[in-house]
Design a protein around this ligand. Structure first.
Ligand SMILES: [Zn+2]
Length: 476
């Protein structure tokens, strides 16, 4: 179905590096009917698949609707083993826009599998963006966890003089939690539990590696047809800063999910900001609407204090003067947490108890990812996940063999020592080029972009407008 690009066209006057033989190109494939078509494909349709006999009861009962590629959870088959047929290939299309970069659904010409292709734009604009992209790239290659999206491959870069963009291939997921929540499809307690379990399982892994995600929101939680969930988009992620005197950027987290300490101008924050976002998402799963949907950061803070009540001074220790004055100037508000029971019938006492441990104003008193996983509310989600969804346990004729560690931490912290040694854009370019080249050594047939294909030209056009929008959103 896929074939090698016939025109090995020059880019910047040179061909791509590497041997003449053994390259595969993206962006041109043929279908089984023999027609040449764009090799990028749409996300799979929400076709319901019947579970094999003997498959444990699965939380999946969301049937994909035709509109907008919402949630699809259904078959317990292993998505990794699904290889599309040629007739399934359809024109390429963008499937999402992260904090930095654009993501397309494409077909891997090496095996016909559908994967996601992410373009990281404006890499070498300045030293800050250079460091940020290298950080994200290294993180994607570092991650080895079923609930965290990782790099399957990186496209071979051209010669260093022509090296401007980076393309990363990841597993293709069919939907995300935002689409699930806004869709009309039923969202049962079983779904909520298994989604929340996986969010926390992935987050525990990230936090144990010393990584703050900093942009946890439903759109960054990808879900597959079998309810498998993966945390994605590490464009804003960074390594934990143990030194409280070092300032961290405020430009994090989509406002609705932004923790009160960030809204109040704290110059230093911890991974507790991710747990606040999880609490907001948990409430959104229960109520099918955004918990704190304000028009401005100040109104966002007001909505939070409407629910939690006026915080004590001790909870505002790191707040900036203006934010503290704003809270103290206003009327004293009592907490009104009982309204959380009205989110839906799924808001049981156990659910609200856990939710209230996440939605704590004081980050020092907010529950951690691993403690949240010990909450009894998540027992069923854990059992369900490890009974029919995970890769870490397996079944024998005598029964299920469970992994000794249901929620494994990262084997080691993520290192960012290299960042300090990056002193110029050119040096950064060399480092990244070398990293990608070394990362690929001995692996599969390298992939290149075919810049002459019609699909690639569409791809580039679709990313151009976006990169101008995000380029100013740099961070320290
Ligand atoms: Zn397992």
């Amino acid at each position: 179905m896929a074939f090698r690009g016939p025109n090995r066209q020059a880019l910047c006057g040179t061909v791509f590096p590497g041997s003449e033989i053994g390259h595969k190109y993206f962006c041109v494939t043929s279908t089984s009917t023999g027609n040449i078509s764009a090799g990028l494909s749409t996300a799979p349709n929400a076709s319901a698949t019947t579970a094999p006999a003997g498959t444990p009861r699965h939380p999946a009962s969301l049937i994909g609707s035709a509109g907008g590629g919402a949630a699809i959870p259904q078959p317990p088959s292993n998505p990794a083993s699904e290889v599309p047929t040629g007739t399934e290939m359809e024109p390429d299309r963008p499937i999402g826009y992260g904090a930095f970069g654009v993501v397309w659904s494409v077909t891997d010409p090496r095996d016909g599998r559908k994967v996601a292709l992410k373009k990281m734009p404006n890499v070498f604009q300045n030293l800050v963006s250079c460091k940020r992209v290298f950080r994200e790239l290294r993180m994607l290659c570092f991650f080895k966890h079923d609930n965290v999206l990782s790099a399957l491959d990186i496209l071979q870069p051209p010669q260093i003089d022509c090296f401007e963009e980076i393309y990363v291939i990841t597993e293709l997921m069919q939907s995300d939690l935002h689409k699930v929540i806004v869709s009309p499809q039923a969202l049962t307690t079983d779904h909520i539990k298994v989604f929340l379990y996986q969010i926390l399982r992935g987050l525990k892994y990230l936090h144990s590696a010393g990584i703050l995600h900093r942009d946890i929101k439903p759109g960054n939680l990808l879900v597959n047809s079998n309810c498998l969930l993966k945390i994605c988009d590490f464009g804003l992620a960074r390594v934990e800063e143990p030194d409280a005197s070092r300032h961290m950027t405020q430009e994090v987290v989509t406002q609705y999910y932004r923790a009160p300490e960030v809204l109040m101008g704290s110059r230093h924050y911890s991974n507790a900001i991710d747990l606040w976002a999880v609490g907001c998402i948990f409430a959104e799963l229960l109520g099918r609407r955004i918990l704190f949907q304000a028009q401005s950061p100040i109104q966002q803070l007001d909505l939070i204090t409407d629910l939690l009540g006026t915080p004590p001074l001790s909870a505002m220790a790191t707040a900036c003067e203006g934010a503290r004055a704003h809270i103290l100037r206003g009327p004293h508000k009592p907490p009104s947490l009982s309204v959380l029971y009205m989110l839906s019938d799924a808001a049981t006492h156990e659910a609200v108890h856990l939710l209230c441990r996440m939605l704590v104003f004081d980050p020092a008193k907010r529950i951690s990812g691993s403690d949240a996983l010990s909450h009894p509310y998540l027992d069923e989600g854990r059992l369900r996940y490890h009974t029919c969804m995970c890769q870490c346990c397996y079944s024998l004729s005598s029964g299920r063999v469970y992994t000794p560690d249901f929620e494994p931490p990262a084997p080691r912290p993520f290192s960012h020592a290299y960042e300090d040694s990056m002193l110029s854009v050119w040096q950064g370019k060399e480092l990244i080029h070398r990293f990608i080249t070394e990362h690929q050594q001995g692996k599969r047939v390298p992939l290149c972009i075919n810049p002459q294909s019609a699909a690639f030209k569409t791809f580039i056009r679709s990313t151009a407008w976006h990169s101008s929008k995000v380029s100013r959103k740099e961070e320290r």
